[in-house]
Design a binder for this molecule. Sequence first.
Ligand code: UDX
Ligand code: ADP
Length: 463
Amino acid sequence: MKITKICCIGAGYVGGPTMAIIAQKCPHIQVTVVDLNENRIAAWNDEDVTKIPIYEPGLSDIVAESRGRNLFFSTDVETAIDEAELIFISVNTPTKTFGKGKGMAADLKYIELCARQIAKIAKDNKIVVEKSTLPVRTAEAIKSILDHTGNGVQFQILSNPEFLAEGTAVDDLLFPDRILIGGDASKEGVEAIQSLVDVYANWVPQDKILTTNVWSSELSKLTANAFLAQRISSINAMSELCEKTGADVNEVARAIGMDSRIGSKFLKSSVGFGGSCFQKDILNLVYIAKSYGLNEVADYWEQVIVMNDHQKRRFSNKIVQTLYNTVADKKIAFLGWAFKKDTNDTRESAAIYVADDLINEQANITVYDPKVAGDKVFSDLNYLKTRSADSNKERVSVVQDPYEACLNAHAIAVLTEWDEFITYDWNRIYHSMQKPAFVFDGRNVLNRAEMEKIGFVYQSVGS
Ligand code: UDX
Ligand code: ADP
């Protein structure tokens, strides 16, 4: 099938940037991104293109180039589904918060809703592409809904997981390591796969486009994230041992990273990984393994999460212990709230959990993040339901200026590795703080020797 119109359901961190790149690279294809959230769509359509709802370096320029030409953002889900030959499902799949699989399994209600909507509206054959990360064998459920509630038209289901990382989404999409497309081995399945291959072939070299069966594709996404997260938990496990033994985890990471069998990437020790994928996908994997009775497999992967939770808690404990075992009514400045640099996404950010621990110890926290809006900080904390929203408001404030955040603080905690932190006037910050002036570098971004020379008591992760 020759693709002339694409619809993407879900204008989030995955759907938005991915469609912007497809539209840029395929000017002959009309790409419409739809979402139920009217505010989000309005923001994507904002005349001032810097106001789009997702911050990614380079993204606003790409949106500006295609928007109104062959890239459209709309709340009219039905029309977009009706017109498209190819439909990406890119909605959120949060971890279930109730019932069977609570806290582990993916909640597929949004996916199911999409499938039902597509089935209801489609009057001609469609290719439906799973873009969201989904547990293995979800395609089967989507197919069942489409086939049983549809109007007798043919659906082909493809799995095309997204491997972009936030903060580098544009580059990851323009120059992907690989594109993975899973589909049926039937004649219709192979044709559907080819249609999607042809879309990507507009900018991705053929040898980087892999095709597999649907289940391999679904499981590969979970596997990739589990392996990546495992590397971080592995180096973080070593960070604690380094602190006890006098080794430096940065040196250890460098030394092992030069072994070509290990490789140098993803070995940066930190306060713990965050983001919308790692924890969710591993829990998913654990749940799937358990549901097949594979308890050792489940336990093996679950340990990656156990280690990550420990690393976050260890960081907040270290702050309390170092500040003479009490942070009550002391001011702690948080530099960074996003789960990594160059994104305004805060899902599962370590900062949230560290803040929660410190509020339990009755600390006062002042947050500065260059891209995260103040109300997000509060909604993240309130979502934990540890205490009332009013109690969070009493303990936390959000400011727009890093120097204000640090003024009179007893300690600074670096929670995100934003580049700008390195360029601050640390002398000025030191003189504005309570003494001794403590810095807890949860991202190992500052220079120990320079910080100590100024007078800070500097502690990093793993050295
Ligand atoms: C991840 C995968 O990388 C991506 O392929 C997948 O599609 C989605 O999940 P993302 O969550 O956006 O992407 O960011 P990533 O760069 O993987 O970072 C995840 C977390 O790990 C962040 O909190 C980051 O700070 C942390 N991290 C990363 C480390 O602590 N150390 C590292 O060495 C690398
Ligand atoms: P991701 O990081 O996977 O892109 P997001 O939460 O950023 O996740 O984006 C998912 C988007 O999908 C949200 O904006 C949400 O409003 C949208 N969405 C969820 N269900 C539907 C639906 N049935 N129809 C349209 N949009 C939906």
